[in-house]
Write a protein that binds this ligand. Structure first.
Ligand code: GLC
Length: 743
């Protein structure tokens, strides 16, 4: 090979390597300093860095003495204290670590900042329904600004768990059923949290969770097992975590569940083979709350000591709250069951993040009284919350254009348990912000919106979830005296989130009884659904003219709902989880796999139920607008895609209705023949298109070979030559289609 070619080849290899290095150097650029520090750490100081606990209570030091948190910090036995806030308190604790402990290694202060800190944004399943990546990055940036102003320097978020079973209460914390969309949203959240410089005091570390596949717990039962092929895990469940790491995510939290019999907390294949060796991750892995100690409950560890041994050897670095590593790793090292190199590697991963956060160089970087005073609960943050809440709502039905309502309406009845309620809209995991009094209830939002001539008649009708005392007769009277009735139904907070799995997705208590009584009055009814998951809406869909899924929207809930109900914002949200007709259909998701007997209407010998439709009530990607959007046919720049090439898929979208609006144009692809069964379609692109009344725009998508790849049974990530279909449309079940081939 001539010199010139050789040089070019070496230069190309150097560039490629440095590119890979560049992506990784954010976390490994202080390794030399870290190695020098580890070299002088005692074994107790090392296991101390792997110990993160809640603030409060005492702990047993390695000498078996019961000591309090302050003493433990001074002995270097705590690496971080979680879910506390406030510059004064955290400065006091940090001073103990920095000035009183032997090596002065600063504490990390992680917290569950899931959808806002003081200003609470819509729950993740709601903001995911906006499909607005820029908006999601923006609210994540605001969450970071507020949290860091309160001294928090890492968040246990984003949750990237793909979820296809709404019986699982934690679907509210994620972005729904689709891999491509969850990956894009996860990446946007990480970028919003971490910015371009993790040591900037207004950004903080992200911790993508729950690694891995927590959303696939069997039967939607929280903490249950997960059992599926690694092929399916790699194709459907793992990419969204990888998207976080590709965005530079500093840490990850393992999931409570096992995967094919091996709990994530001790899953070497997951934590070392995939996460470290394949993906090159260099941050830290933290257990979920006592998940290390729970290895005993899983029945894979004999006792807490054995649990600590399994976890650290499998590649888990920080033990959250079970203190298995703190208590037992020193003796496990003595016994040769854990190598010192393993312990040092875990400590290095933690210190890499502490250096990247900037606290090793300035432990008080996030402890700034001025920022705490000025950067929290700012009016522009509330405006951002209102804007995201507007975009998160999904218009499910609007027969005869009952919505939007007129602000001069004479008599408006507001009925239901979520009308005069400024607590439920906060949603789960609201981190207990101290501004609950500022949450805008539906009642307040409507009052802020309507004219002085409007008479609002409020009646609660019933509680959210009890079968006893109800005021349905009074509510019916209120409805009879009004021109229009708005009914706020759904799930109370104690029915969603962690450890809130349900076998029924019915709207609880007497709420449906209330709605049916109101329906009998014959008055036009608008139903607003306050929930953290898909609920069963068949009766409502059949009998109620206008339905809006409003989720739990955070601080500006009432104002944003009023903006949509009275037309100051034309709803644009699209569902990211299928809404089933019944629990019997679950799991149900749009990108289902093909079968040998595909569904055929009225044909018995096809994939179907005798007693239910084969499709959901509302599909993934579904959401209406007050206006109408018309799609042209798809135009392809070429009918054949070669391996290095790209194809343009072009479609025209026209706003043919009476309102300006935003349409989320979705692109799906189907692999017509594969070496294994392939989904009927998969989301591979989307565009938010703003169209004024009468306006038409051309939307252009680029398809390349990366869009066609999947994991085959040999776990090769490949695209196979052959025929494909491309679908573009307004919902996964309402698309135009065209064909192309990969040669
Ligand atoms: C919880 C959750 C996890 C959370 C952690 C710390 O049990 O599973 O999502 O981050 O504990 O609060």
């Amino acid at each position: 090979m001539e010199m010139k070619t050789t040089f070019i080849l070496f230069f190309a290899i150097f560039i490629l390597a440095s590119c890979h290095q560049k992506q990784a150097t954010q976390l490994n650029k202080h390794d030399e300093k870290i190695d020098s520090l580890i070299a002088v750490m005692t074994i107790y100081e090392k296991v101390g860095q792997l110990n993160v606990i809640n603030f409060g209570g005492n702990l047993i030091n390695p000498q078996g003495e019961e000591i309090d948190i302050d003493a433990a910090i001074q002995e270097g036995l705590i690496g971080g204290l979680q879910n506390i806030r406030g510059v004064d308190l955290l400065t006091k604790l940090q001073k103990l670590a920095v000035e009183k402990s032997r090596l002065g290694i600063p504490l990390m202060f992680p917290a569950d900042i899931i959808h806002g800190t003081e200003v609470i944004f819509p729950i993740p399943l709601a903001f995911a329904s906006s499909w607005d990546l820029k908006g999601i990055e923006e609210i994540s940036k605001i969450s970071a600004k507020e949290a860091t102003a309160l001294g928090i320097n890492l968040t246990y978020s984003p949750m990237a768990d793909i979820a296809r079973d709404p019986r699982w209460g934690r679907v509210m914390e994620g972005a729904g059923e689709d891999t491509y969309l969850t990956s894009a949203i996860t990446s946007a959240v990480v970028k919003g949290y971490q910015g371009n410089d993790l040591s900037d005091p207004s950004t903080f570390g992200a911790c993508v969770k729950h690694f891995a596949a927590y959303g696939a717990v069997e039967a939607g039962r929280d903490y249950n097992i997960v059992d599926m092929s690694w092929r399916r895990l790699r194709d459907v469940y793992l990419p969204s975590y990888k998207a976080a790491f590709d965005a530079g995510c500093a840490s990850t939290m393992v999931s409570f569940n096992d995967i094919n019999g091996v709990p994530s907390s001790s899953n070497t294949y997951l934590l070392r083979d995939i996460l470290r060796n394949e993906w090159g991750f260099e941050g830290f892995v933290i257990g979920d709350y006592t998940s290390v100690g729970e290895l005993v409950n899983h029945g894979v560890a004999k006792d807490l000591k054995h649990a600590g041994e399994l976890a650290i050897n499998a590649g888990l670095d920080i033990d959250m709250a079970s203190m298995a590593i703190l208590k037992h790793v020193p003796e496990l090292i003595e016994e040769g069951k854990v190598m010192m190199e393993t312990l040092d590697a875990a400590v290095k991963n933690v210190l890499r993040v502490k250096y990247a956060l900037g606290i090793m160089d300035n432990p008080y970087l996030y402890l700034d009284k001025k920022r705490e005073k000025e950067e929290v609960f700012k009016p522009e943050y509330l405006q951002a919350a209102r804007s995201m809440a507007q975009k998160s709502m999904v218009l499910l039905k609007n027969k005869n254009q009952l919505l939007p309502l007129n602000k001069n309406i004479k008599k408006l009845a507001l009925i239901g348990p979520f009308v005069d309620d400024n607590n439920t809209p906060m949603g789960g995991w609201a981190f207990g912000g101290s501004h609950y009094e500022s949450i805008v209830s539906l009642l307040d939002g409507i009052k802020n919106k309507v004219s002085d001539n409007t008479k609002i008649i409020y009646a609660k009708g019933c509680d959210a979830n009890n079968e006893e005392a109800d005021q349905i007769p009074q509510a019916v009277q209120a409805a009879k005296s009004a021109n229009i009735v708005v009914v706020a139904l759904g799930e109370p907070l104690d029915m969603i989130g962690e450890a809130r799995s349900r076998t029924s997705l019915n709207i609880p208590g007497k709420q449906m009884e209330l709605l049916k009584a109101l329906h009998k009055t014959g008055k036009p009814i608008v139903v607003l659904l306050f929930s953290g998951r898909p609920l069963l809406l068949d009766w409502i869909d059949e009998n109620i003219p206008s339905i809006v899924q409003v989720w739990h929207l955070g601080h500006e809930s009432g104002n944003a709902i009023a903006d949509v109900v009275f037309g100051d914002y034309n709803p644009s949200g699209k569902l990211t989880m299928s809404f089933p007709h019944s629990v019997g259909q679950i799991p149900i998701y749009y990108n289902s796999f093909r079968t040998g007997r595909p569904y055929q209407e009225n044909y018995r010998w096809s994939t179907h139920y005798m007693d239910s439709p084969n499709t959901p009530l509302y599909a993934f990607g579904y959401g209406l607008s007050y206006t109408k959007f018309e799609y042209s046919n798809i135009e392809l720049s070429d009918s054949v895609l070669n391996k290095k090439g790209k194809i343009k898929a072009i479609i025209k979208v026209k706003n043919t209705g009476e309102y300006d609006g935003t349409e989320i144009v979705q692109l799906y692809i189907q692999d017509l023949v594969g070496s294994i069964t392939r989904p009927v379609k998969e989301l591979k692109g989307f565009e938010l298109v703003e169209l004024k009344k009468g306006e038409e725009k051309e939307v252009r998508f680029t398809i390349d070979i990366e869009d066609l790849k999947f994991y085959n049974n040999e776990l090769d990530f490949i695209a196979e030559p052959g025929g494909f279909k491309v679908f573009i449309g307004t919902s996964s079940d309402n698309v135009k289609e065209a064909k192309f081939a990969l040669d």
